[in-house]
Design a protein around this ligand. Structure first.
Ligand code: Q46
Ligand code: ZN
Ligand code: ZN
Length: 310
């Protein structure tokens, strides 16, 4: 029987990568303590700052919101209605669970429905713009970045927090390393500083394994959507995650080492050569967010194109 490292009773979670097992009570203390440590270490935000958490109804974003509230931060949520159906009415179900989570804890949740706001759901936009070869993910990613940033800025939040975990970060890193994407490698970080018109972005869960977040959500009684977005099936990032899991099975801790050593290498200047970062030099004439195009940003251009066709 595995015993809790702190109190010696039967452990509920065994973390081979940390060579540590904890009981429920100590696990539910340990995760927020560690999160606080990462927030301070990477200088993500201060106590007096207003945080906007991007919530999707999944285990990571709801756990993040829960942890920040437990730690006493001022954190509101924002949910983006994408209009994605799939077998489980993915968007509908995830919105319901997010609303329920906020109501039960008396938290403030902003809901933005892309279709109501722009007259088109994400799948409709993807179809009309023919972006993404049948998958709406590129349109979805563009819309999420644009809208999250817009809400954070318009409503006066200091920082936008997302629930990316270690598995997400390691998979992105793996992909960018395979093709040595210098610009992306340079930008991948637990904190992206605010820059002209873009909100500061932070990932407080970036050092937690996905299974540890699932354990946290389960043990703290958070009801979340188990299904992934139907469009994520067969994606490259899922393939990379599976590969990294195989490696992790053989060498517990490999994923964490891969990510942490990358951050260290970056800090010590591995990518410090001035890589030509393609950077926004203009502000979009419609929404005011930074863009490299002289008139409209990619999101506003897409919306304009689709409305002209209607
Ligand atoms: S990008 Fe693609 Fe995700 Fe959007 S359409 Fe679904 S899978 S939700 S992370
Ligand atoms: Zn214990
Ligand atoms: Zn714009």
């Amino acid at each position: 029987m595995m015993k809790c490292k702190k109190c010696g009773i039967k452990a509920s979670v065994n973390m081979r990568h940390h060579k540590m097992a904890l009981c429920k009570e100590h696990y539910l203390e340990w995760i927020p303590e560690q999160t606080e440590r990462f927030i301070k270490k990477y200088e993500m935000f201060k106590r007096e700052e207003k945080i906007l958490v991007a919530v999707s109804g999944g285990k990571d974003s709801l756990s993040l919101w829960d942890i920040l509230i437990r730690l006493g931060y001022q954190a509101d949520g924002v949910y983006l209605g994408l209009g994605i159906d799939g077998g489980v009415e993915y968007s509908h179900e995830s919105q319901k669970l997010t609303e329920q989570f906020a109501q039960q804890r008396n938290l403030k949740l902003h809901i933005v429905d892309v279709e109501k706001e722009y007259g088109q759901s994400i799948p409709m936009l993807a179809e009309k713009t023919h972006r993404g070869y049948g998958k709406p993910c590129s349109v979805c990613g563009l819309a999420k970045r644009h809208e999250m940033n817009r809400i954070a800025r318009d409503l006066g939040y200091d920082v936008l927090a997302t629930g990316h975990n270690l598995d997400d970060e390691a998979a992105v890193l793996f992909g960018n390393t395979l093709s040595w994407e210098g610009t992306y490698l340079q930008r991948q970080s637990p904190v992206l500083a605010e820059s002209n018109g873009l909100a500061r972005k932070v990932k407080p869960l970036c050092r937690f394994y996905e299974r540890d977040m699932a354990a946290y959500a389960m043990l703290s009684g958070i009801e979340y959507i188990y299904e992934e977005c139907p469009f994520s099936v067969g994606s490259t990032s899922i393939y990379y995650k599976e590969m990294l899991n195989q490696l992790e099975n053989q060498r517990p801790g490999a994923k964490l080492t891969f990510y942490l050593r990358f951050l260290e290498a970056k800090n010590s200047g591995l990518f410090a050569q001035p890589i030509a970062v393609e950077f926004a030099t203009h502000l979009c004439q419609k929404c005011g967010q930074p863009t490299s195009a002289p008139d409209l940003c990619s999101f506003c251009r897409m919306i304009e194109k689709v409305s002209l066709e209607n």
